[in-house]
Design a protein around this ligand. Sequence first.
Ligand SMILES: Nc1ncnc2c1ncn2[C@@H]1O[C@H](COP(=O)(O)OP(=O)(O)OP(=O)(O)O)[C@@H](O)[C@H]1O
Ligand SMILES: [Mg+2]
Length: 268
Amino acid sequence: MGKIYGVISIKGGVGKTTTVAALGAALANDFGKKILLVDANFSAPNLALHLGYVNPKITIHHVLENKANIKDAIYETDYGFDIIPGSLLYKEVDPYKLKDKIEILKGEYDIILIDSSPTLNEEILATMIASDMLFVVTTPDHVTLSATLMAVKLARQKDTKIGGLILNKVYNKKFELSLKDIENAANCPVLAVLPHEIDILEALAKNKPLTLHKENEAAKEYKNLAGALVGEDYKEKGVKGKLKQFFRKRKKQDMNRIAFKMKVKRFS
Ligand SMILES: Nc1ncnc2c1ncn2[C@@H]1O[C@H](COP(=O)(O)OP(=O)(O)OP(=O)(O)O)[C@@H](O)[C@H]1O
Ligand SMILES: [Mg+2]
């Protein structure tokens, strides 16, 4: 049986969709997993647009309205994973049907990643309820941290496990909150730290997941996170890459991923 992992935040623009696309591509291409990405940002869906697919005919909205079978809303992409897109112009749907609709696909995929809405209403609750585990995307500022704390609290109330935090758009400036500050406040491990990176904007302009666009530090971080999710190590290619990886000083997020990986191995 596959797992359903939700990528959430109660703040727009922090990098949920970027993360879902990059992680999905890494899981599919670097770890050979069968992956489905679902757009559950029902009022402002844009996962398909991130990947260059415009105006899909059948979407998650049709499925939730019982107007289409979920299998007909699955599209194969050029990036090694499948997606279920959303409709940009569509009247309201019942988000709570999400769980039942996607659960039947668990037998067909290793991992289903849900790209959540940032809106604190039934849209984000639907992702929480449908997920086996949640990952909260945050940025290193107090405004986003307060939204992150709320997301963590809500997930705990809903009894959905939180795998960890993904710290995005980091400039490494003194005025930013540190990883330690964020972990202490949320009582949750940070599993990946992504720099604020122009290549991510370039990847978006080219409609490509970052991990298929460039092999930079951010892409490697996503690949390491993907490895942790499936209990495997990401091995850099080439002698130089392998040596660099071997001698690299381990950071807190590396240690957190090792702990996460051990748990995945124990329970699989
Ligand atoms: N690490 C990063 N460095 C630079 N730009 C980034 C980074 N992560 C994401 N972005 C950019 O930030 C913008 C918002 O990202 P994204 O759409 O993934 O956020 P989101 O959390 O899904 O937003 P929403 O809540 O509106 O769905 C995009 O233009 C994306 O390319
Ligand atoms: Mg998004």
